[in-house]
Write a protein that binds this ligand. Sequence first.
Ligand code: ZN
Length: 460
Amino acid sequence: MRANDSILALAELVDRAGFLSDQDLQGREAGLYVDDFLADAVLRPTSTAQVSAILAHCNEHDIAVVPQGGMTGLVRGTQTHSGSVVLSLERMNDIENIDPVSRTARVQAGVILQRLQEKIAEHDMDFPLDLGARGSCQVGGNASTNAGGLRVVRYGMMRELVLGLEAVLADGTIVSSMNEMMKNNTGYDLKQLFIGSEGTLGIITRLVLRLYEAPKSRNTALAALSSFDQVTGLLKHVDRSLAGQMSSFEVMWDSWYSFITGELGNRPLDPGYPYYAIFESLGGDPLRDEEQFQAMLESAVEEGLVDDAVVATSEKDARRLWEIRENVDPVLSRPSFMYDVSLPIRHMDDYVSHVEQDMKKRLPGSQPMCLGHLADGNLHFLVLYDAEAAGGDDEAHAVSDAVVYEPLAPLKGSVSAEHGIGLEKKAHLHISRNAAELEVMKGLKTLLDPKGTLNPGKIF
Ligand code: ZN
C-alpha cells in the first residue's frame, strides 16, 4: 500500500462521520483538529474497538497518531505534522453509569468535564476536578495530562481521581483495567502508566472516576498580606481551623493583582500589598460552616496574619473573587508566555522576586506576573513581552524560559507542575528529571510502543 492509500484505508474502519481527509479539513476553523499545522486525516471513532482497529492499522503502516481531546492544553502536546493522523475522541462522549452508592462514574474518554460535573451533580454527588477549561476539556485529556486545577490541595490531581481505565496500545491491544475499588493492591498499578503520559504510551478510551458527596456550603475570602511569613502562616491557620474543609488556597503577587483588577475593573481590596490570598472551604452544614469560616478569619486578623480581607456573601461575590485569580484572557490575548512550575513553598518568595527582577533586566519591556496554587507548591508566571525590544519572538521566548527555569535546578523544582511537557518543555525536562529516570521512561515507551507511532516527539 502507498502511504496515501494506507491513510485512505482508515476510512473503512469507521463510519462516514468518523473520517475527515485533508481535503475535508481545508477551510475548517483554525484550532479545530489541526491548528496551523498539517495532518493527513482526522479519525473520529465511536468505540474502543474502532480505536483498536485504527491504531493496529497505523502501527502496521508506520503512520503517526496524534490523539486530541478538547485542545485546551498549553504545551503543544497535540501538535500535528505532515504524515500524521489526528485521533479525536470527541464522539466517544457517553456517560455510561453514575453510581452514588459505590461513588463512581464510568465514562468514555471524550466527555466534556463540565457536562460530567453537571450530570454528577444531578445525583447529589461531586467530581471535584475543576479548572478554567472545564467547558471544553475532555476527561480523557484530563487523565492523559494528569490535570490539576483549583482544588488539588484537598482532592489531588486527576491521578488521584481515576480508579480504573481502559487504554489501547500502539499495536491495537486493548488493556482493560476498569477497576471500581479504592483499594486494589494486586501488583503494578497499570492505569498510572497512562495517566500523565500525554498519549505516548496508549490511548485512554474509558475511565472509572472517583466521586465525592456534593458539598452543601461554600465559603470564600480574599485577603491582603504584607509579608510572606503571613502567607505561610495563613495557610497553616486556614487549614488547621477548617479541619479538612479547606478546598483551595491560592496566592497572587501584587504584580498580578494590580494588573488584573485594573483590567477587569473589579478591585475588592486596594492594590499595593505584596501578596493576596484567595481561599475557600467546602462543607456539609451551611450555618455551622459559615460561623466556623468567620471565626477562622477573625482569629487570623487578631493574630496579625492578614492586613485586610473581604468575604463573599453570595455566589456572585464568590465568582467575582475567583475571576481575579482565574481570568487570564487579558494576558493571553497579547504577546505573552505562561509558566507552570513547582518548588518547595519555603523557597517561593525568594524565587519569585528573583525571577521578576531578572526578567525585567534580561527581557527589556517585559512585565512578569506571578500567581498560583500556593498550597500545592505550584506557581504560574504570566509574562507580557515586547518582541521588538527583545529582537524577536523566539529570542524573547528563550530568554524568558532561561529566567524562569534556570533557578529551579538547585531548588529541585519542576518545570511543569500540571501542564505537562508536550513539545513546549521538552528541552527543559532534564532540569526536573535525572538520567536514570529518563532511561526508565524511554524503556517504557519502547516496551509499549516499539515503532514509536503514538504521539511521536512529545515529552522526549
Ligand atoms: Zn494552574
